[in-house]
Design a protein around this ligand. Sequence first.
Ligand code: UGA
Length: 427
Amino acid sequence: MSNRIAVVGTGYVGLTTGACLAHLGHRVVCVDVDEVKIAQICDGIMPISEDRLPELVAEGRGAGRLSFTSDVVEGVTGAEFVLLCVPTPQAPDGSADLGYIESAARSIGPHLRADAVVINKSTVPVGSTRVVADALGRDDVQVVSNPEFLREGHAVSDFLNPERVVVGADSEEIGLRVAALHLRLTAPLLVTDPASAELIKYASNSFLALKLSYVNAVAAVAEAVDADIDDVVKGLGLDGRIGAKFLQPGPGWGGSCLPKDTSALVRIAEDAGYDFALLKQAVEVNTDQFRRVVDKATEVIGGPVAGRRIAVWGLTFKAHTDDLRDSPAVEIARRLVDAGAHVVAYDPEVDKDTPIAAGIEVVDDPYACCEGAAALVVLTEWPQFGRLDLDRVADALEAPRIVDTRNVVDRSALERRGFIYRGIGRT
Ligand code: UGA
C-alpha cells in the first residue's frame, strides 16, 4: 500500500529515509528549511556521501514518488504520516537539545490534516513523544516514536535490510499502521510504548559504546601481556552471545551519535535517580584512549612530539564517510597540536582547504603528508591505507616510524621495511 509521507529534515536520517520509503513505493515529500540544500538535492548534488543514495533519489524523482521542498506548509499539508528527522545535538550539560524538534513540531502543527500520524525518528530523551505532542498542539494527531538504526556510510542498506523495526505508540492500532510502512522489509517488528522505543535507541548506541570501550581496554591489557588482539577478538567473537561484530579496537569511538547518545543516557539516568557509573566509565575509557594514542606517538619517536612534524592519515570518524563530527581522529590530531606538534593530515574524503583546527594542515596526497614527518599516525581505517607503497612512505618520513591505531597497515610488511611500529593491542 502506498502512503503519502512527509519527511521533515534532510540530514543523514531524513534524506535516506525519504529516498528509501519512496523506493518502497510510498509517495514522499522531503522538507528542509535550508533552501540551498533543497536546490542542490534537486540538481542531483547530495549533501552527504552515502552509498546508493544518489541512485535512489534519482529513481524516486523519476518515478514521481519523491519530491523536495523548503516550504514546510506545502510539504506536510495532506500527509498521512509526517516523519521528524531533525538533529538533537548535545546541550552543554550533556542532555539532548530538543530545540530543533520542538520548533519543527510547532511549525507543522497547524498544517497537519486531522488523523495524521507524526513519527519521531530523531533520537530524543525518554518522554519526548509527549513534548512533541505538546508542541504540535493538536488533539487529533497521534505521535509515535520510530527510532532509526542506520550507520553512516551504510544507511541505505541498513534501512532496506534492517535487523529490527521498533515502533513506540500509545495505541497498538497506530503502532501497526506505522509498522506497515515498512511491510516490504523482512525484519522482526517490535511494537511497544513510546518510552520503551526511545530507551531502546539510547540503550543500543550506549551498548555499542560499552562494547568498544571494553575491547579497547582489553587491547591495552593485550599490549601489556604480550597477547595479540586480533586473535583475542576472533576468539571472543566466536561466542554467539558476544558476537563478532563491533569488536575492532581503535583510537576510540566517535561520530555524531555514540558520544552524544551516551552522554544523554547518563543524563536521562541521572534525572531518573540512577547513577549510570558503568556508562560514565566507558566514556572515560574512551577519552583515555585518545591520550594513549598520543603517548604511542611519543614512544615511536622516542621523545616528545613538541616541535616535530607528525603525519596523520585519516580525519573522518570512520571509513566510508566524509563526516568529521566528533571524530576521534580530529581529537587526537588536536591533542598532538596541543602537545606542540605540527600536524599534516591526509584523508581521501577531506579537501585540502577544509579548516579542521589551528595547527592542523590538510594535504591531498598521502605521501606528501609524510614528507619530513617524525612519525606517521593512522587514525581512520580507510582500506586504501593498507595498499599504499611503504617504500615511498618510509622514504618520505624523517625516519620509518608508524602508529597504526586501526591495525590497517600490514605489520610484517612494515617491519620488513624497518619501521618502528605501534598498533593497538599488539606488542
Ligand atoms: C551508530 C550506530 O552504529 C547505528 O546503529 C545508529 O543508528 C547510529 O549511530 C545513529 O544513532 O544514528 P554511526 O554513528 O554511523 O552509527 O557509527 P558506527 O559505525 O557505529 O561507528 C561509531 C564509532 O565506533 C566510530 O568511531 C568507529 O570507528 C568506531 N568503531 C566501530 C570501532 O572503533 N570499532 C568497531 O568495530 C566498530
